[in-house]
Design a protein around this ligand. Sequence first.
Ligand code: GRF
Length: 201
Amino acid sequence: MTRPLQLGILGSGRGSNFVAVAQALARGEINATIRLVASDIEGAHILEEARLRQLPVYSCRRGAFKTKLEPEIESDLALALKNAGAELLVLAGYMRVLKAPLLEAFPGRILNIHPSLLPAFPGLKAWEQALHAGVRETGCTVHWVDATVDGGPVIDQARVPILPGDNPQSLHHRIQETEHKLLPSVLARLGNGTLPLPAVE
Ligand code: GRF
């Protein structure tokens, strides 16, 4: 048996992807331990979901910017994740751009779930972008995080058809249902070694 993944989870919102991971863990499907659930938003629902499961939580101080954390706040977050024993950071709905403090604390060890078939539709509200573009299918992607926005190497993707009559809500809902299978499945494969962690220089 490979050594369990030591996970840090970082999210800004509802936390439905975190819940899907926690449920798969509870069913014994992922060889991992969640060391810390962190949020940049003090009252984020993801923290409630973590507390319900008796998991340690951390929330960042309020900063001046909306799209990124101030370097000092991000450094403190990185330290909290490291001190908790996290070795692999999962971005589960983290709504800010990741900067040097976290990228340098977890080189090659950060993954993200994004609601489109990257490289199509990076950035915000990818399901609305897909609807506006008139494409017939979209999906979700789990990828390694680098300094680009939604541009790091793809790990795995799942397709979601766009149906006649779809609106942003219905499409987003269907993509999320797919995310809730894809993210736990990637973590399960990383945890049992069938998907290798990238080599780090
Ligand atoms: C997901 O759709 C994910 O793809 C995107 O943010 C959303 C987070 O949803 N990065 P939740 O907080 O996991 O419910």
